[in-house]
Design a protein around this ligand. Structure first.
Ligand SMILES: NC(=O)c1ccc[n+]([C@@H]2O[C@H](COP(=O)([O-])OP(=O)(O)OC[C@H]3O[C@@H](n4cnc5c(N)ncnc54)[C@H](O)[C@@H]3O)[C@@H](O)[C@H]2O)c1
Length: 288
């Protein structure tokens, strides 16, 4: 362990969500001061009440707004005197029925990329001067979707691959500064965003059951990710994979992807479900 979180100031986006709040709790136990941000101000205010008021700042932030992201960093520094770690964690997926590239709404595609890619970039960019000044860390929430096939979830998956790539570049670019950057790859986690694949949508749930082997298809509690994040930050790890059962797939992704891409394009049950999904999207599309 070579990075003591005690007294460090950590900014979290999407802090009101499952992974954000679980990580905030874990960081707090390890002595960090917290800047909790989310589009849902009431929810971050409520989370903040769990902590000593001296050690927490709760702010509304929509990460798609780059000026607001800079303002949040400014307010964090004004309050605590420094910012050491930025956890760019806010993310969204489909609002309703998952869609394919052929059937998805163009505006929804764009808004997912706005949050999951540009939102992350805004947080990273805004925090970098302070993080570099304090030889701190940037942590970006990607996903196993960065390397798994993103069928029926393409704007999400491509954004997760993009932020992974961005963070790898950043780690190299920060090499001589004393600051660093790390990618978080959560597997399935029991939070609002994952509900679609666990009962929220019947077809997506079935696709998940068929497409993901049972030992990987068990969602973990968000506190597992929180613990992984704290461990990873303390070690300044380049990659944080949680739960750990995904680590072998992550390491073997090159070979694994050749097989899975071949398989999912031919698997008859998955192909039938994709067709049903497309029919559902077309059926639910607003008329006019
Ligand atoms: N749950 C999983 O299975 C899983 C797996 C891999 C990666 N992830 C990623 O983990 C991160 C956290 O997700 P979660 O699982 O806690 O889901 P969640 O839905 O509980 O939390 C997401 C949070 O982001 C916030 N948010 C949405 N749009 C925002 C915006 N424009 N600006 C600021 N905040 C915004 C939401 O209000 C919410 O509080 C996301 O990036 C997600 O993609 C989740």
């Amino acid at each position: 362990m070579n990075y003591d979180l005690h007294g460090k100031v950590v900014l979290i986006t999407g802090a009101a969500g499952g992974i954000g709040s679980a990580t905030a709790r874990e960081l707090y136990v390890h002595g960090a001061n917290l800047v909790l941000t989310d589009t849902r101000q009431e929810a971050v205010d409520q989370l903040a009440q769990e902590f000593d008021a001296q050690r927490v700042l709760a702010l509304e932030l929509d990460v798609t707004d780059s000026a607001a992201s800079r303002q949040v960093v400014h307010l964090a520094v004004e309050r605590f005197g420094h910012l050491d770690v930025a956890f760019a964690n806010a993310g969204i997926s489909w609002k309703g029925t998952p869609a394919t590239l052929r059937t998805c709404d163009e505006d929804e595609f764009r808004s997912i990329v706005e949050v999951d890619l540009f939102g992350v970039w805004h947080t990273v960019r805004a925090a970098l001067p302070e993080v570099v000044r304090n030889r701190g860390q940037i942590l970006v929430t990607s996903s196993t979707y960065a390397y798994l096939n993103g069928m029926a979830n393409a704007p999400y998956a491509l954004s997760k691959a993009a932020v992974e790539s961005m963070t790898r570049s950043l780690r190299a670019e920060l090499g001589s500064t004393g600051a660093t950057a790390s990618v978080l790859y959560p597997g399935w986690v029991n939070t609002a965003i994952a509900k679609v694949a666990f009962g929220g949508n019947a077809i997506a749930t079935k696709m998940n059951e068929i497409g993901v082997p049972p030992f990987l298809n068990q969602p973990v509690g968000p506190e597992v990710i929180g613990r992984g994040v704290v461990r990873g930050l303390r070690k300044r790890q380049p990659r944080i994979t949680a739960p750990f059962r995904w680590a072998p797939i992550s390491v073997m992704r090159g070979i694994f992807n050749v097989f899975t891409d071949w398989h999912v394009a031919r698997e008859p049950r998955l192909q039938r479900l994709l067709q049903q999904l497309e029919q559902e999207v077309v059926r639910n599309r607003p008329q006019g």
